[in-house]
Design a binder for this molecule. Sequence first.
Ligand SMILES: NC(=O)c1ccc[n+]([C@@H]2O[C@H](COP(=O)([O-])OP(=O)(O)OC[C@H]3O[C@@H](n4cnc5c(N)ncnc54)[C@H](OP(=O)(O)O)[C@@H]3O)[C@@H](O)[C@H]2O)c1
Length: 255
Amino acid sequence: MQYRELGGTGLSVSLLGLGTVAFGRTTGLKYAVAPRRPSMRDLTQLLAVAREAGVNLIDTAPAYGDSEQRLGKLLAGHRNDWVLCTKVGETFEAGASRWDFSPEYTRRSVQESLKRLCTDRLDVVLVHSNGDDLDIIRNRGTLQMLAQLKEEGLICAFGMSHKTIAGGLHTAETCDVVMTTLSAAATAELEVVERARARGCGVLVKKSLDSGRAAQGDDLRRQNLQYVACVAGVSSIVIGTTNPAHLLANAAVLD
Ligand SMILES: NC(=O)c1ccc[n+]([C@@H]2O[C@H](COP(=O)([O-])OP(=O)(O)OC[C@H]3O[C@@H](n4cnc5c(N)ncnc54)[C@H](OP(=O)(O)O)[C@@H]3O)[C@@H](O)[C@H]2O)c1
């Protein structure tokens, strides 16, 4: 497995990261194939395979159902083997998303994530944007609260999983980490990666397989992953999976 610096955070992350939406949530997703809920035994096996393959980055969120709670149990005794990324701003309850980007809720969300993940520090915390990136950045005080939580030592790095190019560029210019959408067919956010690279901001890529649509043929999947891996500035490609064989196939392409 290849490892890359996550910008200037001091964290070294595997080129393949593990997305954990389907660890805790099976509805309201844009996946090509609807996921089924994995058992804790399935997930124990998946994490063992991921570690063995050299994956060290896990991406989760309060909006991913009980993904954080399950990870807290699964990582007991192994916390230091992993770089943990979670988010603030969105929750998913009773089949619907709810957003709160206020500083008060941001602090509470981080405290609750720490409890659910059974840890005393979060490596990366990203704002889980609802699409109003610039409003969040300019008016909500979310990033300022994350900066404060970093100073307090509860989190090591912060940024935004953005949805607009303007929001991505601002994140790249002012934060430690940006999470951006990139695949061979979705290149609109390349300028965000370039801005991040120029400033030393870490880049996590989401939806490199177009939420499964670009994973349905081996050649298409390979082309996408090889393309994204070669974009200068990309730190890690976070791919959602609950299938150990799929994880190993993705790792093999990136090796
Ligand atoms: N706003 C946000 O912050 C945000 C939004 C979207 C995503 N994300 C993060 O980015 C991660 C990746 O995005 P994503 O999960 O939406 O999409 P993705 O990684 O592009 O695709 C995931 C889908 O591809 C399938 N897949 C993966 N590897 C495969 C393989 N080798 N062969 C066949 N199918 C394969 C998975 O199914 P199997 O389980 O069957 O492998 C799953 O259905 C997420 O998990 C999440 O951590 C963040």
